[in-house]
Design a protein around this ligand. Structure first.
Ligand code: PLP
Length: 471
């Protein structure tokens, strides 16, 4: 489905300088910016303007989608724009590379990038995705995770231009895999290597275009001399020496050009420091994150200085939705990454520094009433990836006062919803739910209905709706 002509406007007004709330949003502010079903818009006037009471929110969402039969997914553009403004505010002028895995909708990705110079470049999640986005005109694409996709590597090597695609590496084994995959391709860097060394057979042809690489450095925190290791299991390169050794291995190979460095502090950006009902855990997390951020700032600066002496870097990427204001304080970081903060899924309710509004929602139909205090919706079992944990379940948002059944959770074909509000629901009514994570919702729906005020202004395809399921 092609986006319609209204498209350019969907994220208009994202600019941090644009403080004109819509008429309806201004009305919502008069009625109070707190949102009993969702978040308190704790981040300034723009945020408060987009927050509504649960009752107001339910009325306008139901009105906007009255002609649709659930299940379906929507993006509330009023909330999305407020979230975008808040990300830009928190980034404090440092450009934000959009984490596409957390958006998975090309229309929203493209228009958010076009909406404000503060959004710059895409953090893609697979090479086939980056190639597809490049075919659709996007540039400056950093693939955030290493690839072993030989066919996609050949396509990249054969492209007349590289569309600014950079691949992520943290191991010489990945360099070797890439070299093997592109050997014999039209822009065979290995051929160049041979020619440069004088021992190859490929002399005489134009030097091929080196593949752009970014080194992923481990941003974990290893206190007590490494006896404790906090962070995610990503890159094996923790010290400045380890990162620099790989940088040297890259510059020694003509197949490659080292252009960037990334270090993603998952233990800060991806862990909410205000877990509901667990104040002691929250205090412990905040202390851990403060100490980790302090250690990382020093180590990241040292790594950047050491690698820059080996090769000039175009960018140093760090952070995520959960850490923008902390990561931007580091002079060594030239750009941030974020995506989830636009959709505002439930895992991002647990942060003390910011409160995204719920922007991506899905509606389910009530199809039966098993008894008092329970209404059962069709489908809904859209669990988020990650460790087995209740926090990965979707959560009912509207009408307010519903909860999942502890034994059944959210089911493949039905989801019982409990609570006083269930008695007000009849067969054929709808409930509004939130996913725990951002982009994964788009793997369940072919399209997103974009809501402004109380109307659907446009319907756009998700990646899946365009026939693309990358992971
Ligand atoms: C490399 C990297 N950067 C940034 C992020 C942050 O993305 P988001 O803002 O969607 O949490 C992630 C999320 O996993 C990531 O893997």
């Amino acid at each position: 489905m092609e986006p319609t002509g209204r498209s350019g406007s969907i994220v208009a007004g994202v600019s941090a300088s644009s403080e004109q709330p819509s008429t309806r949003a201004a009305g919502a502010r008069r009625t109070g910016g707190s949102d009993s079903a969702g978040r308190a818009g704790g981040a300034g006037a723009a945020h408060a303007a987009a927050a509504r009471t649960a009752a107001q929110q339910l009325i306008r969402l139901d009105r906007a989608t009255a002609a649709l039969d659930p299940p379906f997914a929507v993006v509330d553009l009023d909330a999305y724009r407020a979230n975008a403004r808040d990300l830009l505010r928190r980034a404090g002028g440092r450009p934000i590379r959009l984490a596409s895995k957390s958006i998975r909708c090309r229309a929203l990705l493209e228009r958010t990038l076009a909406s404000d110079a503060g959004f710059r470049g895409t953090l893609a999640f697979t090479l086939p995705e980056a190639l597809w986005l490049a075919d659709n005109g996007l540039r400056d694409l950093l693939v955030a995770y290493p690839t072993a996709d030989r066919a996609a590597l050949r396509i990249l090597a054969d492209r007349p231009d590289d569309a600014g695609i950079a691949l992520m590496v943290d191991d010489v084994a990945q360099l070797e895999l890439i070299e093997r995959a592109v050997a014999g391709s039209r822009t065979d860097p290995a051929g160049a290597s041979n020619a440069a060394g004088g021992g190859g057979t490929g002399g005489g042809h134009a030097p091929p275009r080196p593949i752009r690489l970014c080194i992923d450095a481990d941003a974990g925190w290893w206190p007590l001399g490494g006896r404790i290791r906090l962070g995610v299991k990503r890159s094996p390169l923790h010290t400045s020496e380890q990162v620099t050794a790989l940088a040297r291995a890259i510059v020694a190979r003509p197949a490659f050009r080292l252009v960037g460095l990334m270090a993603y502090e998952a233990q800060i950006a991806g862990v909410g420091d205000r877990p509901p009902g667990r104040p002691l855990m929250g205090a412990a997390l905040r202390t851990m994150q403060r100490l980790s951020a302090r250690e990382l700032a020093q180590r990241r600066a040292a790594i950047v200085a050491a690698v820059s002496a080996v090769a000039p870097l175009e960018f140093v990427n760090g952070g995520g939705t959960g850490s923008l204001e902390l990561t931007r304080a580091e002079p060594a970081v030239t750009e941030l990454a974020a995506g989830s903060g636009l959709y505002g899924p439930t895992l991002f309710d647990a942060y003390s520094r910011f409160s995204p509004l719920p922007a991506a929602l899905f509606a389910l139909p009530i199809v039966r009433r098993p008894g008092p205090g329970v209404a059962t919706a069709l489908g809904g079992g859209y669990l988020a990836s990650g460790p087995v944990d209740r926090a990965r379940l979707p959560r009912p948002l509207l009408p307010a006062g519903l909860r999942l059944d502890a034994r059944e959770g959210a089911g493949e074909v039905q989801t019982p919803l409990l609570g006083a509000a269930a008695d007000g629901l009849r067969v054929g009514d709808r409930v509004w739910m939130r996913h725990a994570k951002a982009g994964e919702l788009c793997e369940r729906f072919a399209e997103l209905h974009l809501i402004e005020g109380d109307v659907i202004v446009e319907t756009v395809p998700t990646y899946r709706g365009e026939g693309r399921t990358f992971l």
